[in-house]
Write a protein of this length. Structure first.
Length: 174
């Protein structure tokens, strides 16, 4: 069994990593150190099926969109966010609105630069109203109410004309 000790801080590691190997029986200070080569993973630019990703959120809920870059530290990546071509002054890989509103609807663009390469992601954000599913139901209720009013008015007029006709009939009842 071998124990590996990191000799360099992980945040300062660029392309190599120095490790000390020691067995439990030997003293860590007397072991030889060895340098291992580290292969840095580069992010994969994954093209979307339709050229951009569509995100739908209900108004009042949290809106979160992310630049999909993996295999790199966020500190090594330069990120800029745009909404409909306007710079949003945001430099994180994720972009959040705690409560989405109708004004947040639009085309968001994440431009990230890593190792001299530009990665560009687009998101079309749609914000649905909370009451959106209720509108068709309210429309049907309104139609029924209008039809009921029309029927009631028609029946009243019909009954009124029937009464007037019965008064002018000259029937023996009167």
């Amino acid at each position: 069994m071998f124990v590996f000790h990191f000799m360099d801080s992980l945040q300062q590691v660029a392309n190599s990593l120095r490790l000390k190997r020691s067995s439990p029986e030997s003293d860590v200070n007397n072991s030889n150190s060895k340098t291992f080569s580290i292969k840095r993973l580069t992010p994969q630019n994954k093209p979307f099926d339709k050229g951009h990703r569509s995100v739908t959120v209900v108004a009042g809920n949290t809106l979160s969109i992310y630049c999909n870059i993996t295999g790199a530290n966020e500190s090594d990546i330069t990120v800029r966010w745009f909404k409909d071509g306007e710079d949003l002054k945001q430099s994180k890989l994720s972009f959040d609105y705690p409560e989405a509103e109708a004004k947040h609807r639009g085309l968001y663009n994440c431009s990230a630069v890593y190792s001299g390469k530009l990665y560009d992601y687009q998101f079309y954000v749609r914000v649905k109203d909370k009451l959106m599913p209720l509108w068709p139901f309210l429309g049907i209720c309104l139609e029924v109410a209008v039809l009921c009013i029309i029927i009631v008015v028609y029946e009243k007029r019909r009954n009124k004309t029937e009464l007037e006709e019965s008064d002018t009939d000259g029937s023996p009842d009167q």
